[in-house]
Ligand binder design. Structure first.
Ligand code: TXA
Ligand code: MG
Length: 325
């Protein structure tokens, strides 16, 4: 699977202009669908909260699950995530390629918190596809990209699939024919003492075990999390959340939404003064983290309407408010 050694100049021939245009859309905060060796990705500048929020909007995802961030090489990956020796071994062996590594975010990680769905970890991948690489190089930023399909539909492996699924929801489609692998990347978590496959994919477990020793296949690999607020794959603030708040009690912090905000003596952060769900999604995890760190025991949360990304925002707020032991 050493695609970098394959000669692929044809795919880039005459495409300099397209790549430049796509890169400009990305750095301008737009969405670009682009080919990778696994499936087409729906890309956004991973540092841009608003652009990342628009990815969720375009996909129509009812929930915020964390996204894979694509970078050009291990050096760029090392700026965003912290690599253990085993993670380094895997990266050196399989990158560029169909392997995604989940590692801890670096303290000054520039990726949006929405990319990690509020978690302290980040999923990183170095793609091998020449067009994906050319795009990353031209844009000069990490690119968050889930598969370029509407939520609940199958992953796209041709530009036609992308068009059929996301027509009118993407700012630019960088065409690159059919994807070679046609199956998503294998996701390996390097967070615990034992490597875990979170999602089987383009790189076989056996190949990973050859270089890294035994790997656990998480029993729910690929499945949805079990109970709201319980799964460790979900961000849970230390403070308690009081939902649908219409007022603020003494000592509480406030997570506000919209222009009509109740009086608050403590810290108040507004998800979106204009009541814009995309802006609210962009701010959600950053605001929660900030309020959680300000020392309040309880965060009062105003009601967010269920429209558009509001559903995903409410799903996450409900999980964060669920009782935990
Ligand atoms: O082949 C691929 O991986 C494609 C191409 C575009 O690179 N991308 C892709 O992304 O399949 P997506 O968003 O459909 O899948 C991302 C998966 C999700 O299941 C998510 O739960 C997991 O990656 N993931 C991302 N960040 C994570 C994290 N910090 N911890 C645990 N799982 C994470
Ligand atoms: Mg997908």
């Amino acid at each position: 699977m050493h695609m970098e050694t394959q000669a692929t100049p044809d795919l880039l021939k005459g495409r300099a202009r397209d790549i430049e245009d796509a890169a400009r859309v990305l750095t301008g905060g737009g969405l670009v669908a682009f080919p990778t060796e696994t499936v087409y990705g729906l890309g956004a500048d991973a540092r841009n909260d608003k652009a990342v929020a628009r990815v969720f909007e375009a996909k129509g995802r009812p929930q915020f699950n964390p996204l894979i961030v694509h970078v050009l090489d291990l050096t760029a990956a090392g700026v965003l995530g912290m690599f253990s020796d085993t993670a380094l071994t895997l990266a050196r062996k399989f990158w560029p390629g169909a392997l995604t590594l989940v590692v801890s975010r670096t303290p000054d990680c520039a990726a949006s918190r929405l990319v990690s769905a509020g978690l302290d970890s980040i999923a990183l991948r170095v793609p091998a596809h020449p067009l994906a690489r050319a795009l990353l190089e031209a844009a000069g930023c990490p690119v968050a990209a889930p598969s370029a399909n509407r939520s609940g539909q199958i992953s796209p492996t041709t530009p036609e699939h992308v068009r059929a699924s996301l027509a009118g929801r993407v700012d630019y489609l960088l065409e690159g024919g059919a994807c070679g692998i046609g199956l998503e990347s294998t996701i390996v978590s390097c967070l615990g003492p034992q490597l875990q496959i979170l999602r089987p994919g383009g790189i076989a477990r056996e190949d990973i075990e050859t270089v890294a020793g035994p790997v656990e296949l998480r029993s729910d690999a690929g499945a949805a999390p079990v109970a709201p607020g319980q799964s460790q794959s979900h961000y849970a603030p230390r403070a308690r959340l009081r939902l649908n708040a219409r007022d603020v009690q003494p000592g509480e912090a406030l997570l506000a939404f919209g222009s009509q905000v109740p009086e608050c003596e403590g810290i108040c952060l507004n998800l979106s003064r204009d009541g814009d769900p995309v802006e609210a999604a962009a701010n959600l995890f950053a605001h929660l983290h900030e309020l959680d760190n300000c020392g309040a025991e309880i965060i009062a949360v105003m009601t967010v309407p269920e429209e558009g990304l509001g559903a995903a925002i409410n799903d996450r707020l409900k999980r964060a408010a669920a009782p935990r032991s």
